[in-house]
Design a protein. Structure first.
Length: 174
């Protein structure tokens, strides 16, 4: 889905319903780029949407995950890790205190990184993120917007924000 041109959309809001899977609302922001906005309506839909991102996130890749506390960043990573067969959904937890969680899969090694407690470029350097980049790695970085130098031309930025109690509006650019 993500590696193909976006489908034609008749209106700015298109609702997709699927009896066997999640339902979420999406809008193509720019038909010539890989920019998408999707609204999920539950944590399960957020996980399911994360799993659809696998083709967009083929390694090597760095992904900045933006959003307030509780916006669903780790929930989205659960779906991404499952899609890469790197970890079961229930095994993916927030790396807030450990800073880096590593999940190894047959197609990619995922590094789930949380920079919430990192405040200076010097502290960032001690994490050795450049050492984690390889042909087979995907770095999923929460709070990466604190360090704009992390994002390179071919990287992806995913922003999550609350849309009601259980809904999340997810914007993917990259």
């Amino acid at each position: 889905m993500w590696g193909q041109p976006p489908p034609a959309v008749e209106s700015s809001e298109a609702r997709r319903h699927c009896d066997a899977g999640p339902r979420y609302t999406g809008r193509v922001q720019n038909e010539t780029s890989v920019a998408r906005e999707v609204t999920t309506h539950s944590p399960e839909e957020t996980v399911a949407f994360g799993s659809t991102l696998a083709s967009l996130l083929a390694p090597p890749k760095l992904v900045l995950l933006r959003g307030d506390l509780g916006a669903g960043k780790t929930t989205l990573v659960k779906g991404i890790a499952a899609a890469f067969e790197a970890a079961a959904e229930e095994d993916v937890t927030s790396p807030t205190f450990t800073l880096v969680h590593e999940y190894r899969g047959p197609r990619a090694n995922l590094f789930h990184i949380d920079l919430y407690r990192i405040d200076t470029p010097r502290e960032l350097e001690t994490l050795g993120l450049d050492d984690l980049r390889s042909d087979n790695s995907i770095l999923l970085i929460e709070w990466g917007e604190k360090f704009p130098r992390l994002l390179r031309e071919r990287d992806v930025e995913i922003a999550l924000e609350r849309a009601g109690e259980n809904g999340r509006r997810i914007s993917v650019v990259g």
